[in-house]
Design a protein around this ligand. Structure first.
Ligand code: ADP
Length: 372
């Protein structure tokens, strides 16, 4: 089978690592020929994943397509789907998710719990909704990694908002942020990964470190799983999905957003679960049985971000020391250039002892630095 991936970042790279276990000819479309996935695929095609012709011509050579980023040309995917190319996720699901406004409308229409929201089309509309504060303003399309998200606590923050179509969402008093990965195949069979729990960097707004499985009361876990499953069933698409949720102080749950692809919150599944999220997506695309999502051991993930104050050719400080630690797995994404906050790699720690997971996560964050 010939399978194409739109985008050549680290998610594509790890997807290709898993592809090596199967009989599949892989294609990557990406503008940057030095991207993390470029040298791991069978065929690299340089091109813009947002461009209709580039995506259409790329898709015509393969049997199936998947994405590693949402910012792709959906019109081309719809045409390819009509011409018989299998696409994971379906373009219709991608269309709903790609824009935060249509995504929120989808949750509302399907009675999936999500923070209350309204749509603002410019700054003046935002300013007319002071009574809705404290809230979080999110740009409809094009935001990623916390860019395109502004916390508007009170009137003095209103100028930080976006002067374009956006969602204004009620602020949730978050106790825990969790992510659940759900796999669905073409027969509508599903498998759910145990939830991961995120701990965020308040300054960079990027995932800081993560523990999995999240510690949740059984009742909360069941509810979270039911919500995550419902999101995927209602999207009516085979593929792999990460559903990010907030659990508030009353243990009420709200879907924050869904990613229709392999996800940062599932990196640990490579070492910590019987079937990784990457292996799982290949099983879906290649029409094999779904894999076992059970954890082998609890795990934590530390994201390796470019250190503040360094831009240029990447150097990894403290790597030897981390590589000598027990039950620690280093993943470097092969990006030549670092800049502050850029995702350069991650480290997974596995251990049955959860205090060790937290201890090592903090230790690694202090030792391992990406400088230039
Ligand atoms: P992105 O798509 O860029 O990752 P998110 O929508 O996930 O942006 O928001 C980034 C972070 O902002 C979340 O992980 C959460 O910590 C915070 N956040 C987002 N929405 C809310 C909300 N309604 N209430 C409280 N915090 C929020």
């Amino acid at each position: 089978m010939k399978v194409g991936i739109l985008g050549g970042g680290q998610l594509g790279r790890m997807l290709l690592q898993a592809a090596a276990n199967y009989i599949v000819e892989t294609f990557v479309l990406e503008n940057d020929e030095n991207c993390p996935a470029a040298h791991l695929c069978n065929h690299f095609i340089k091109g813009d994943i947002k461009d209709f012709d580039a995506v259409y011509n790329f898709g015509k050579q393969v049997d199936a397509l998947t994405i590693e980023i949402e910012a792709v040309n959906i019109d081309a995917l719809e045409k390819l789907e009509n011409e018989g190319i299998k696409i994971y996720p379906k373009p219709a699901a991608l269309k709903i998710i790609k824009n935060k406004i249509t995504q929120k409308d989808f949750y509302k229409a399907n009675e999936i719990p999500t923070p209350a929201y309204l749509v603002t089309n410019d700054l003046s509309e935002l300013k007319n909704n002071k009574s809705f504060l404290p809230a979080v303003h999110k740009i409809g399309e094009g935001g990623y990694d916390g860019k395109g998200v502004q916390i508007i606590k009170n009137e003095t923050d209103l100028d930080k908002g976006f002067n374009t179509s956006s969602v204004l969402e009620k602020m949730v008093d978050i106790k825990k942020e969790i992510s659940i990965i759900v796999a669905m195949n073409d027969k509508n069979e599903t498998e759910i990964y145990p939830p991961s729990e995120m701990i965020f960097d308040p300054v960079l707004n990027l995932l800081d470190y993560q523990i999995s499985p999240a510690e949740l009361p059984q009742r909360v876990l069941w509810k979270a799983e039911a919500i995550a499953l419902k999101v995927v069933k209602d999207l009516k698409s085979a593929g792999l999905f990460a559903i990010e949720m907030f659990v508030d102080k009353n243990d009420d749950m709200f879907v924050n957003e869904t990613a229709p692809r392999v996800h940062n919150s599932g990196h640990h599944t490579i070492e910590a679960n019987y079937c990784s999220q990457y292996d799982m997506l290949w099983r879906i695309i290649l029409n094999y049985p779904l894999g076992n999502t059970d954890p082998i051991l609890p795990s934590s993930i530390v994201n390796l971000l470019g250190a503040d104050g360094y831009s240029g050719e990447a150097k990894y400080e403290g790597l030897d020391e981390v590589l000598q630690m027990e039950n620690v797995f280093v993943h470097l994404y092969g990006k030549k250039q670092t800049r502050p906050g850029r995702k350069m790699g991650h480290v997974t720690i596995i251990n049955k002892d959860r205090t060790d997971l937290t201890y090592k996560a903090h230790k690694i964050k202090n030792i391992l630095k990406v400088i230039s």
